[in-house]
Design a protein around this ligand. Structure first.
Ligand code: F0G
Length: 464
């Protein structure tokens, strides 16, 4: 393990430090979240970001092939020979003029960071490789997570591919899409379907991990977020190391936005960038705790003196009224985001905003992403729907350079997609209509034709 890395409570007034080998992932003094911190002045920090490109010359080296570990000088908590990689992070940051047109920014200004290209089909692999590396260092034999489906798919694939640990997955029964459930099952993870939702499952998995000493890979684990920082390094790399004006990301358990805030804070403090981008976090309207807390109740990080009682009161109100998250974007159907304090810190550091978007807005944006050539799952499209809203509000200027994070692959949730495009009214009603989606502005309906050559030709002449 690195002698120059440690864990530290995120609250500066507490600042308790914990050994890198500790797996409790909570501050022993105040119960706060932990960061991974580094003694940068005793580590070989790159002189410029461009220097990192040298790794591309040696892509047969597994650590240089990985889109996470080729940036390892910026997450130096493990020696090279202990890194657990399965080739994650080979992702793409693609300029998309069709989507730019849809959201109202100028051509050439909108980019989609497509994390669906990861081995398990979502951004989670960026964090899982880092968590597995840490788990390997501490000799863990079992790993667990609660999940809306992507963390569990990622955990399952890393367990199967590395044979390091046995994976135990807690999911809310009926709460994850088939694409994701199929991954957990196919990759042979022990899958517990809990009669409850993600928030219930996350509570339980933390209790169980503590009681049985199982290594926890949810994003409360700060090593996960170290890996997820690299999504931002790849964005900067794709933009020739220029910092965009905006990074827009869906918010669920708020791990990604927290990791992005940390990535930019560190790059700035190390003198590797001269400004940070603004961050927009987009909740689904049916799972909008962060939006409520940050925008409606005005809670701020205040340099670490965040208004913790206000947050606690809001969460207690959710408990007292048994308020349940409810959105078609099942990946972000979360009401009690564990990383909320870190996300508040990221907002403060990056001049951030939070918005909520309806399932209708999400599904329309998703269809536009698909028509533009990159397929994503509903939660991912919240980022695009969020940009549309922020441009309309005048918060994002059409001239500004905007990067939306597409967090998961289209094939994760085929049910939502087929229901959007279907001509079967019952299917539409069952999946979308019953949940408040009133219209399908961009539906691409399949054309029904008899099994007859002349009829098929006629159909083609009519539609093609
Ligand atoms: N997008 C997708 C596709 C996700 O799977 C998730 C989270 C998010 C966005 C939200 O990211 O939690 O960092 O704010 N999925 C978790 C899971 C909760 O269990 O797979 P976040």
């Amino acid at each position: 393990m690195s002698d120059h890395a440690f864990q530290r409570c995120i609250y500066p007034a507490c600042g308790t430090t914990v050994a890198i080998s500790d797996t409790r992932f909570r501050c022993p003094a105040c119960g706060g979240l932990l960061d991974i911190a580094y003694e940068w002045d005793r580590l070989p920090v790159p002189k410029s970001l461009k220097h990192l490109e040298t790794k591309w010359a040696d892509r047969t080296h597994p650590l240089n092939f990985s889109g996470v570990w080729r940036f390892r000088e910026l997450l130096p908590f493990a020696p090279d020979d202990r890194v657990m990689t399965i080739g994650e992070g080979q992702t793409l940051c693609q300029q998309s003029d069709p989507v730019a047109r849809y959201v109202g920014v100028k051509p050439g200004r909108l980019y989609l960071q497509y994390e669906g290209m990861n081995p398990s089909g979502s951004f989670k692999d960026n964090g899982m490789t880092a968590a597995f590396t840490h788990a390997g260092l501490v000799g863990a034999r079992r790993a667990a997570c609660a999940s809306t489906g992507n963390t569990s798919a990622s955990l399952a694939i890393y367990c199967a591919a590395t044979n390091l640990m046995r994976g135990v997955i807690f999911v809310g029964s009926g709460k994850i899409s088939y694409g994701k459930l199929s991954q957990a099952l196919e990759h042979a993870a022990l899958t517990l379907q809990i009669a409850g939702d993600f928030d219930d499952a996350l509570r339980r998995v933390q209790e169980v991990a503590k009681q049985l000493g199982i290594y926890l890979v949810n994003s409360v684990n700060p090593f996960r977020l170290e890996g997820q920082k690299t999504i931002m390094y790849r964005v900067l790399e794709a933009l020739r190391w220029e910092v965009p004006e905006w990074v827009v990301v869906p918010g669920g358990n708020l791990g990604n936005c927290s990791a992005f805030g940390k990535a930019f804070t560190e790059l700035f403090d190390l003198g590797l960038i001269d400004r940070v981008p603004r961050l927009a976090v987009v909740n689904a309207a049916g799972a909008n705790t962060f939006y409520q807390v940050a925008e409606r109740h005005g809670v701020r990080w205040h340099g670490g003196n965040a208004d913790r009682p206000k947050v606690a009161a809001y969460l207690k109100m959710l408990d007292d009224t048994d308020a349940r998250a409810d959105t078609l974007a099942s990946a972000i159907e979360i009401n009690r985001p564990v990383n909320l304090p870190k996300a508040l810190r990221a907002l403060e550091r990056c001049g951030g905003v939070v918005r909520e978007v309806t399932d209708q807005e999400i599904l329309d944006a998703k269809a536009q992403v698909g028509a533009g050539g990159l397929g994503c799952e509903p939660a991912s499209a919240a980022s695009v729907a969020g940009v549309l809203k922020l441009v309309k509000e005048g918060v994002i200027d059409p001239d500004e350079r905007v990067v939306c994070i597409l967090t998961g692959h289209l094939l994760k949730d085929p049910t939502a997609t087929v229901a959007y495009h279907t001509s079967d009214p019952k299917m539409y009603a069952d999946v979308l209509g019953n949940r408040g989606v009133k219209r399908v502005a961009f539906a691409n309906r399949a054309v029904q034709v008899p099994n007859d050559l002349a009829e098929i030709v006629k159909a083609l002449e009519l539609y093609a």
